[in-house]
Design a protein around this ligand. Structure first.
Ligand SMILES: [Zn+2]
Length: 234
């Protein structure tokens, strides 16, 4: 015949464990949330860096265009000057300048073509990566919302769970309760009230003494494991 006080304490224990689970889950939420937020920030920074690199290439391209235009204007100027000069060596000097500038323009145009290819490739990769990252960010933000909802639900249920513990405690004998609270404080994890089966404590799984094993059958007073000090019953 099991001790009725133990039976009542087992209900207290169940409800205590339920509260602990809610508390543990609540405690994990801020970490989970900041991990998600940190990840989003890092992803956004990556997109920003990639976008910046692309913009720099666009700027370089537009600078090259301007440079080419300036050089083309210079050539036009040299040609006009050629019409005005009288001396042959002045004419030749201008021809030389024109040829040199044309070569410079050709070099710049080559660089523009390279740059256009780079921009094409970078832009394509960027768009693909951005789409993937954006989708991931949306997913992570959704997870943060779910996390907040779970937090609200847990906060709402913890009061109820604690009230259920109090209800269960109110019908337990004082002596048993104070021992239970003491064991709960000492033990790192539940159970605080453990069944002895096959001579072994259900809390620490070690073999208990013959005395404890026998006493555990006796109702009316609390008994304790001689290995881990948990309250035991049989
Ligand atoms: Zn034990």
């Amino acid at each position: 015949m099991p001790d009725p006080q133990i039976e009542k304490l087992l209900i207290v224990q169940d409800r205590d464990v339920a509260v602990q689970k809610i508390e543990q889950e609540l405690a994990r939420i801020p970490q989970e949330r900041s991990a998600l937020e940190g990840h989003i920030t890092a992803e956004e920074a990556n997109i920003e860096a990639a976008s910046h690199a692309l913009k720099e290439k666009e700027v370089e391209r537009s600078e090259l265009d301007t440079e080419i235009k300036t050089k083309e204007e210079a050539i036009a100027r040299f040609r006009t000057q050629q019409l005005e000069v009288k001396k042959n060596d002045e004419y030749r000097a201008l021809t030389h300048q024109i040829e040199q500038t044309e070569q410079e323009i050709s070099d710049l145009e080559e660089r523009v073509i390279e740059l256009l290819l780079e921009i094409d490739e970078t832009s394509e990769t960027f768009q693909e990566e951005k789409a993937t990252i954006d989708a991931r960010i949306v997913e992570e933000k959704k997870q943060i919302t779910l996390l907040s909802e779970r937090e609200e639900n847990l906060k709402a249920s913890i009061d109820e769970a604690k009230a259920a513990v109090e209800t269960a405690r109110s019908v337990v004998d004082e002596n048993y309760l104070s021992h239970y609270d003491r064991v709960k404080k000492l033990s790192k994890r539940p159970p605080y009230v453990a069944r002895i089966e096959a001579h072994k404590c259900g809390g620490c799984h070690l073999r208990v003494s013959n005395e404890v094993n026998g006493n555990a059958l006796v109702a009316g007073e609390p008994h304790f494991c001689d290995q881990c000090a948990r309250m035991v019953y049989a």
